[in-house]
Every structure is written in C-alpha cells, then in structure tokens.
Design a binder for this molecule. Structure first.
Ligand code: KG4
Ligand code: ZN
Length: 322
C-alpha cells in the first residue's frame, strides 16, 4: 500500500510517500528555522503561517518525486499529537481535505512514536520487543515496545526535554538556535572533563531531569571567566554529562526489561558523541542498537507515513468526522 504522510508538529512541514511501510518514495521537508533564529526559539505563529503557505507546494513536489498519481495513495497518515496546536491544525486540515477528495482513509499518528519507527525505514532486521529512547526538542522518553500499537512508557523527563536543554544552554552561552548542533560543534575542541556537572537523581531511575544542569551552566557562566576555550570546555562538559545519562539509563532499561535491542530516535540522536558512546557501551552490554539516518532523526513525514501504514495494516483506524 502507498501511504502519504503529513508532518507539521513544530517548525517543519513535511510530506512523504512510503510504500509497504518501509520504502521511501519521496520525503520532502521544508523548515522555517531561519525565521525563528532571531527570537532564539520557535515562534508558533510564524511556524503555522509558513506551514499554511508551503504545504500544498510540498505535496506537489512529493508526488512528482515519487512518480505516482494521487489516486494511487491508499491511506493518508498525519501527525495529530503532540505538537504546537496551530501547526498541527495546518497538517490535519490539509490531510483531511486530501483524504476526502481522494475518497481514502485517514489515520492519526503519534509524533514521538514515529521517531522510534524511523529506525524501521532503514533496517530490515529489527525485531521486537525492544527498548526505545526518544530524545527530541520537546520530549525525552524511554519506551518498552512489544508492538508499535502497544507502546509502554517506562521513563520520561520530569522537566526539560533533552533537546530543550541543549537549546537553552546554547542560548545562555549566546550561541544561537537550534542549540544541539552548535554545542556539538564547539565541544569538538573542548575538554569534556574540565567541568564536573551532574544530572539530578530520580526516584524512578529511568526518569530524566535536565533543568538542574541547565541552571548549573547558568551559574557557572555567571561565576567564571569567559573566552573561546572556556566556552568549548563548558559545551564539551555539558554534552558529556547529558550523553552519559542517556546511555546509562537506556542500557539500564534494556537490562530491566530483559531485551537486547535498543532503538534510538529524535533530533538529539543526530549527535555524533551520543552515537559513538552508544557504539562503545552497547557493545559491551551485548545490546544491538539502532539509529535512523541523520535526516530521519529530524522531524520528517516519512516516519509518519511508515508508522501510519504499519498501524493501519494491523487494524488501527481514526475517526476524523469532527
Ligand atoms: O526531533 P526534532 O527534530 O524535533 C522535535 O520533535 O522536537 O528535535 C529537535 C531537537 C532540538 O532541540 C535540537 O537542538 C536537537 O534536536 N538537536 C541536537 C542535534 N541536532 C539537533 N541535539 C544535540 N546534538 C545534535 N547534533
Ligand atoms: Zn520530533
């Protein structure tokens, strides 16, 4: 079955076409990121306006790249939650109108779950059950997945999301937005052992907290000297602490759930240091770990179309009458 996916939960607008749950025929993403930079974060009103302007053109481009006719679409899958309400509404309204005009079904998809599913677009050897770590700008969660229709939350952040912490620390340091790639870049020339940071201990060991380390960076900056070397060491030390926590808790989750497969997804999964750390530590723990391609770590509609197709084939249906 050919599934058209629509993603508009934050500042990206994506339309993708995926065949048989796995094969990407087209994956077009436009971002309004540049327009948000001067504000140091996403401005919802700007994001939804840009999505409204661009979504029809992105759809046309995706159809052209996939070399299909709209009548060949068997299902329209769309992100329904979580996300910015105004942005979600643009994608949902577009998807509803499209499904109605084609006389095809429509299925709502959870954005966070689709970040995990992005792994199945690249690997054919993934078997379930597995533990999954989603680290994005708005969420940090550990899941136990027996089946994509039965996803159990086993850990989550109690305050800031991991990507949010990268973004806020970058803002405090005056680096710009989005913070993740900027921190990773300057951290390359820093000493990761220079400053000792820690993430708060949680009563559920699989939960996360990143607001404390963000505040620690703030106080550190207030107290200490400045300079390029200092910023590099600060960025490297912050990143090292966060990456260590993510790896440690993910491996602990695998141990507790007695699984040997770990799927990682979300924007922060693009981080090279995180990838290397998993490579080293997962091997020692005997865990097979998976990361999507970098472009599939970021928000995109291929993961929505893929998961939508998977769930629909297994009986999931949405009521979009209202
Ligand atoms: O998954 P995503 O594209 O959007 C959400 O669903 O939130 O994730 C965006 C987040 C941002 O917070 C961004 O700073 C972070 O992912 N990010 C990174 C890197 N690339 C993007 N964080 C750390 N290192 C990176 N290389
Ligand atoms: Zn996302």
């Amino acid at each position: 079955m050919i599934v058209l996916g629509v993603e508009s939960s934050c500042d990206e607008t994506g339309v993708a076409i995926v065949k048989d749950e796995r094969k990407i025929l087209a994956n077009v993403v436009a971002s309004s990121l540049k327009l948000h930079r001067r504000y140091g974060g996403v401005v919802p009103e700007i994001a939804s306006r840009m999505q409204l302007e661009s979504i029809a053109g992105i759809f046309t481009e995706a159809i052209k790249i996939a070399k299909i006719r709209p009548e060949q679409i068997g299902l329209v899958a769309v992100t329904t939650h979580p996300g910015l309400p105004g942005s979600l509404m643009v994608g949902i309204a577009f998807a509803k109108a499209l499904a109605l005009s084609l006389g095809k079904p429509i299925l709502g998809v959870n954005h966070i779950h689709s970040h995990v599913y992005a792994n199945l677009l690249g690997y054919t050897n993934i078997k379930l059950p597995a533990v999954a770590l989603v680290v994005s700008g708005g969420h940090t969660s550990l899941f136990y997945i027996k089946d994509f229709s039965k996803i159990q939350v086993i850990g989550q952040t109690r305050d800031d999301a991991c990507g949010e912490a990268f973004d806020k620390v970058a803002k405090i340091m005056g680096l710009g937005y989005p913070g993740g790639p900027l921190i990773e870049k300057i951290a390359q020339s820093g000493n990761k052992h220079k400053i000792k940071f820690a993430c708060s201990r949680m009563s559920n060991e699989l939960d996360f907290s990143f607001s404390g380390i963000k505040t620690a960076v703030l106080y550190y900056l207030k107290d200490k000297k400045s300079g390029i070397k200092f910023s590099q060491d600060l960025a490297a030390s912050f990143q090292e602490t966060v990456v260590n926590v993510l790896v440690k808790k993910s491996l602990l989750a695998c141990k507790r759930k007695n699984v040997t497969r770990l799927l990682i997804g979300g924007g922060v999964a693009a981080n090279g240091v995180l990838r290397q750390k998993f490579m080293a530590e997962a091997k020692i723990a005997g865990i097979d770990y998976f990361f999507p391609d970098i472009n599939l770590c970021m928000d995109n509609a291929a993961m929505i179309a893929g998961l939508g197709g998977y769930l629909y084939q297994r009986g999931a249906r949405s009521d979009f009458k209202n």
